[in-house]
Design a binder for this molecule. Sequence first.
Ligand SMILES: NC(=O)c1ccc[n+]([C@@H]2O[C@H](COP(=O)([O-])OP(=O)(O)OC[C@H]3O[C@@H](n4cnc5c(N)ncnc54)[C@H](O)[C@@H]3O)[C@@H](O)[C@H]2O)c1
Length: 549
Amino acid sequence: MDVVLVGLPGSGKSVVGKRLAHRHGASFIDLDEAVERAAGRTIPEIFAQDGEPTFRAFEQRAVEALGPADPSVDVVRVIAPGGGAVVDPRNRWRLYRGRVVVWLDGRPEVLAQRLRRSVHVRPLVAGRDPIGTIRALAAARERFYAAGRRLNGITEVPAVVDAVERLVGEAVIAPSAGTVLLRAETRIGSVVLGEGIAAVEVGAALRRLEARRAVLVSEPGAWAAAGEGLAAAMHADGWAVERVLLPQGEAAKRLAVVEAAASELARLRVERGEPIIALGGGALGDTAGFLAATYLRGIPVVQVPTTLVAQIDSAIGGKTAVDLPEGKNLLGAFHQPTAIVIDTTSLRTLPERERRGALGEAVKMAALGDERLFDLLETAGDAIARGEAAAFDAGAVAELVERAAWAKVEVVLADEREAGATTGRIALNLGHSLGHAVEAAAGYRDLLHGEAVAHGLRAACRIGVELGVTPADRADRIERLLDGLGLAVEPLPYSLDVVLGHLAADKKHAGGRLRWVLPVADGYEVRADVPDDVVERAAASLLATRSPA
Ligand SMILES: NC(=O)c1ccc[n+]([C@@H]2O[C@H](COP(=O)([O-])OP(=O)(O)OC[C@H]3O[C@@H](n4cnc5c(N)ncnc54)[C@H](O)[C@@H]3O)[C@@H](O)[C@H]2O)c1
């Protein structure tokens, strides 16, 4: 087996790694040294001469050169990547899968002291405020290190090596735990993302809540795809499992469904403080979340999203709701999950249209200013939509989910209750004003939410260009990406009057003023002064019949 030691500069990866390898007669691979050998220069020289991106490219090649994990039971290789190597999702995918990852954690003050004594020059912490720099690195990277098993790395080296060995021994006992790629404790719930992790991570979340059983709330589609397997794995792990099934799809989002499900929870004698597990797509998560928000005035919920929409959007942020005959999501509450367990394995069974449609939301996240996500969608978006095995196996799906989901986490953390008028959560409305209007015109049947957002994004680009807010090349890039993904390419068969009617209804709900989120070169701008005729032209441009009916 391979052991990967991760942690900040100064955490002892090299010294612990060498000692561990020596004890096992294993080889020790220091990836920074591999980079220096390949480049024929020291790392400070690479930084000084070519900058960090060149160093990162060398680093990526060194990670690739490791090849697949060694499956032997004994420790065969001990790998110590540089502290920043794991920031790149693809490096993490290649490094963590099939390997035992151990995080050597340590207080920034101690690490800074160690670095002062070290003979190695670390370019990123060589400045005047090493403790501050290390704190900043810790805040930016902790979620990547925390995917591994955490150890206090700041004790005597032999003791740390012993502790690593104990963790490695435990890992041999449970080799099927999947791969955690990211783990974070946040105000809006703990977030864990990976492949094949659902059973272990849901179990861990339930243990943290001191739950006595696993009450799974799901629907037939998600149950067949992911629920049965999860229930069986949890049962095998000793959990008593209860199942509450809601209707499939949007049919779940009705008050009558919540009432029936609440009665079932009462029959099961679900008590205050006892969590439910919401397993499914956005419709299931919204309804089960609302159930959790209201049953006994609020019980904990663990969200286990199984669709791409849910993994990158609806399971994050605590918005729960059901629909009324008068409109979608009219009855709801903010109720943050205690944990969000994102297992990308479940996306393999999702119908292609669901994956492709969800990319409308991913394009929105990219357009809000994530250039790496933009590149990824341009190069791999179509393969991801098709569900090609290579897109899963190469880590493209996991990278997409991580980038889009984490972007949403950060937006929500900055503005949990959507209080910001021009920044914060409102950014997520990019593409949603006309998106909602065409979704409503389609009667919430003919268009998936993400497909509607794709139309809305095109409209936002056109409005932005006409107002001089969106540079033409930015709008082109967004529209070309949508073309490439096959999103919002056909004109819609609705009448302009109907679409504008829905927009007017949204405007009324918004207090008479629609705030338009419009793309700019590297992000967005919010405008409340978009003239009606500009909106009308953009709406008409989406439709097959461009004049009022
Ligand atoms: N709360 C929020 O912030 C938020 C954000 C965006 C969307 N939403 C809501 O989300 C809903 C849409 O969510 P959705 O697109 O996930 O739809 P959905 O929940 O209806 O799921 C789509 C379909 O996929 C099936 N399915 C689920 N998991 C599967 C799997 N792993 N394999 C195969 N099939 C599977 C379901 O049975 C269903 O038929 C809408 O109601 C929307 O309002 C909420």
